[in-house]
Design a protein around this ligand. Sequence first.
Ligand code: ADP
Ligand code: ASP
Ligand code: MG
Length: 402
Amino acid sequence: MLIVKKFGGTSVGSPERIMNVAIRCVEDYKKGNDVVVVLSAMGKSTDELIDLAHKVNPKPPKRELDMLMTTGEQVSVAMMAMAMDSLGVRAVSLNAFQVAMHTTSQYGSARLKRIDSERIRHELEDRKIVIVTGFQGVNKYDDYTTLGRGGSDTTAVALAAALHADSCEIYTDVDGVYTMDPRVVKTAKKLPEITYDEMLELASLGAGVLHNRSVEMAKKYGVPLVVRSSLNYSEGTVVKEDAKVERMLISGVALDKDADRVSVIGLKDRPGVAFRLFDVLAKAGINIDMILQSIGREGTKDISFTCSDGDMDDAIKAIETNKERLQYSAIESRPDVAKVSIVGAGMMTNPGVAAKMFEALYNEDININMISTSEIRVTVLVDLKDADRAANAVHEAFGLGD
Ligand code: ADP
Ligand code: ASP
Ligand code: MG
């Protein structure tokens, strides 16, 4: 069997944890399996590197930030190879250049395009454990890129797909995917299985347990994923095409505190206005999430949208720069908002799901700022101060907890 095992920051956060992971990987290797290990940077070292960069430049060039961040993963893989060597096992660490992990060119949010698998295969044939840096790639300029925060999961899934691995195991600091982040909702329950589609929604809506691109890629290439703990041997959660368990109405709740709302007030109520606004934002490279347009009154209307925290200032700047073209009376911004979402394939065939969510929020006296829905999710925007309470109330209302 060829097994890809990915360990996140906490799992390799100290020399002792690295040793523990090494022992775990060697167990699989000694059973005769080929083992490829993907690692994140130790502990919070990616955050520390970003803080370090900001000490010399409040807006560090993205290329240089990637150059800096990629050192974090390089520390972990070298440490892991040394730990395995101390256990008498042959291991080799490889970075994105040595493997040749080709990505698109955007620094900070590159996408994996192609992975050369020869070097890894060669090392495996030589009976070595291969340890690969997560999160990083190389672009057409031969520069380091990174895949976005949490991107090591995507490295692991991409490698599993490229190597036609028999399994891809994501080890983290919780023992699987829960009905909600167990740090926020204490009664959250571990799910034995979840479908790619549901997991993709949850991951995209703020459930940081898996990088959303990793789920997208797992679905595309049919890579079965297991999310489990590096600290114990409990079963974990299987992410796959069709979960066998009886379809629950709601499989999980997600909370995303990285959301800001911008409202453009007093736009003209005539054709082309929304087009012009979102064209300006698209050209400024702003990713828009929820959109709400008010009903036109007395010839004017308002349009509100949400974007991520990092994009709000640029969005406002782009709108202000184009004031002449857009013709509005004011811009209002709210950085202190959060998204709460419910996700579940069961809601496709069950009416009343949204109403139940809104009732739970009403019972807690929580105001809803915006609403958006898809086939398998309902998202509301609430004040940041209400976010944890909202997630707990909704989780409880659908009977997801213990
Ligand atoms: P790693 O460093 O191993 O990649 P992350 O911090 O990226 O770990 O992801 C694990 C964390 O994700 C957990 O500690 C948990 O707080 C959070 N999380 C958010 N939503 C969920 C969820 N639905 N199920 C499990 N964990 C979740
Ligand atoms: N070390 C990177 C981060 O902190 C990648 C990862 O952990 O997946 O975002
Ligand atoms: Mg992660």
